[in-house]
Design a protein around this ligand. Structure first.
Ligand code: ADP
Length: 542
């Protein structure tokens, strides 16, 4: 027997309509490429999103056509999130940190019709434009008087003029909630990138889940600063969850250095921020030497790569900011787990609470997870046994865009490529990406553990652990280290630092000091590149 409830599709347009009606005066503040602060309300954002939809209609764009962006976090990008998807087109957020060849390859693969870009990326657009065969319309995200005169880009229009001539009236169409809404390519560190094609249903369900108290806990009482980019996995869905809850939004634009982020947090009374560890490293690096404190920041979500314990501790103990450690991936929209404590943990002493907080956390309802061995057999949740992590759920990919890479599922589960343990309370701890695990004498060494210890040393700014071939042990760990400016540590001192913090056989065989560790397009350490850098390196004889 079918239930008798209304079958209203879950559509992204519904989120902005709701925000306009119920939180119309809640603010959206953006630092612009021009350097100034722009502020307006959800009501104005909704109105301009409708203008975007009308402008796309006028261009003759069909349902399902792709509209690409190369843009920072800002209000115009936010309007495109709603105007493009809400009108039935697909928002394709391009990652401007990728190599121009990759950007061109991806835009062609996605068959983008329109490209909207911040002026910061004009040189990139100029470099790829001749190769992007499907793009018919170029829009610069700026006011008419900021449009560069001789850009060399045919038909370039200013976004404000483009939408400005359109009506603010538009009736959002209704369609199947499984319709595609947005497209995001993985960073493609190995081979050509593949894309996750999100749907209105997956994005809306994810937005609900992300706002839950044990997930990102987003509410109308918050002022949220997503430092995590809107060009990668929809800024963890925050632009959607913020509209769903009516939270004030604060967009950092291009200014992602510690000083700018700190000033924005203070001036806009941000209560809540989200980003990858490298961003917070810069923020704390700015604050610590001059003894700055936060006056409003209460919580921060940190994910995208393992958050070093030293950072969780610093936020918590020195600044009174609660860190929520999160794990997810492009293929999961991206949220999989978040680390919050349970009621029964209340009475635990602080160090035991901290031990739990360091993990990647518990699955969100909507994400089913398991760990399996090489044969695919499920492994126990004992917090010790580690295996390949598989997931499934309504916001996990079924297959990649255009069927690239074949069928990725194994018995209906998506293999994440991550390796981890799950404890009896359901807390996941990621030990590695399967390709980064170090296999020494038949035992596995977690590169994350080795890195976390190194960065706990005061003179270490960044550390990456990789396995090096060894005649007897198969592989042995080597830690590659960037020192903090003006500070020093020797190889022996650092190796000594590992004593008592990790089993003896897991202590790296060597320390290699470098000026910088190569970072990928999403701010993560590129271990493939690092391995290339160390091609001629040989382990010390022991
Ligand atoms: P990429 O485009 O680099 O693949 P994703 O954003 O999809 O970027 O990255 C997902 C991967 O990042 C995960 O599979 C995992 O390996 C890593 N990751 C994300 N969050 C965490 C975390 N909290 N701890 C450890 N690793 C993480």
């Amino acid at each position: 027997m079918l239930g008798l409830m209304q079958n209203q599709p879950l559509l992204i347009s519904g989120l902005i309509e709701f925000a306009e009606r119920h939180h119309g005066d809640a603010e959206i503040v953006s630092r612009r490429v021009e350097g100034d602060l722009h502020r307006y309300t959800y009501k104005e954002a909704a109105s301009r999103s409708r203008q975007v939809a009308n402008a796309l209609d006028q261009l003759g764009l069909a349902f399902g056509d792709r509209v690409a962006t190369l843009a920072w976090n800002g209000y115009r990008h936010f309007e495109l999130y709603y105007g493009v998807s809400g009108s039935g087109r697909v928002l394709h957020t391009l990652n401007p940190r990728l190599h121009p060849d990759q950007v061109a390859w991806i835009a062609n693969h996605a068959e983008d019709q329109v490209l909207c870009f911040d002026l910061t990326f004009l040189p990139l657009v100029q470099a790829v434009q001749g190769r992007c065969t499907s793009i018919k319309h170029y829009i610069a995200l700026c006011a008419a008087d900021k449009l560069p005169a001789d850009s060399g880009i045919p038909g370039l229009q200013s976004y404000d003029a483009w939408i400005g001539q359109q009506s603010t009236e538009y009736r959002w169409p209704s369609f199947d909630e499984n319709t595609a809404s947005s497209l995001c390519y993985t960073s493609g560190t190995t081979g050509n990138p593949k894309a996750a094609l999100y749907s209105h249903r997956s994005s809306t369900l994810h937005a609900y889940a992300a706002a839950l108290p044990d997930v990102m806990s987003i509410s109308a009482r918050d002022a949220i600063l997503p430092v995590v980019p809107m060009f990668h996995v929809n800024a963890w869905g925050i632009p959607y969850s913020a509209a769903l809850t009516g939270a004030k939004l604060v967009f950092p634009g291009p200014a992602l250095d510690g000083k700018s982020i700190y000033e924005l947090i203070e001036s806009e009374k941000v209560s809540y921020a989200a980003g990858v560890p490298t961003v917070w490293q810069m923020l704390l690096g700015h604050m610590k030497p001059v003894g700055l404190k936060f006056s409003t920041l209460r919580r921060t979500v940190i994910g995208g790569s393992a958050c070093p314990p030293a950072m969780i501790q610093a936020f918590n103990e020195d600044y009174g900011v609660e860190v929520l450690h999160a794990w997810g991936m492009t293929e999961m929209s991206p949220l999989g787990t978040l680390c919050t404590l349970k009621n029964k943990h209340d009475a635990l002493p602080p160090d035991e609470k901290m031990r739990i907080r360091l993990k990647q956390g518990r699955a969100i309802y909507g994400v089913d997870m398991k760990i399996v061995d090489a044969e695919g057999a499920e492994l126990p949740w004992d917090g010790k046994t580690f295996g390949d992590l598989h997931v499934r759920g309504p916001w996990v990919v079924r297959s990649y865009f255009k069927g690239e890479g074949g069928d990725p599922l194994v018995d209906g589960w998506f293999p994440t490529g991550d390796v981890g343990t799950i404890d009896s309370d359901g807390y996941l701890q990621i030990t590695d990406r399967s390709k980064d695990v170090i296999k020494s004498g038949g035992e596995w060494i977690s590169s994350i553990d080795v890195e976390n210890i190194a960065v706990a040393h005061p003179a270490v700014a960044m550390a990456a652990c990789i396995g090096m071939p060894h005649p007897k042990w198969d592989e042995r760990p080597v830690v590659v280290v960037v020192k903090r400016p003006g500070m020093d540590v020797s190889k022996d001192e650092l190796l000594h630092f590992y004593e008592g913090r990790i089993a003896k056989w897991q202590v790296p065989d060597d320390v290699v000091f470098v000026e910088a560790i190569p970072l990928g397009a999403t701010g993560k350490m590129l271990k493939t590149r690092l391995r290339e850098m160390l091609r001629d390196y040989t382990l010390p004889q022991t």
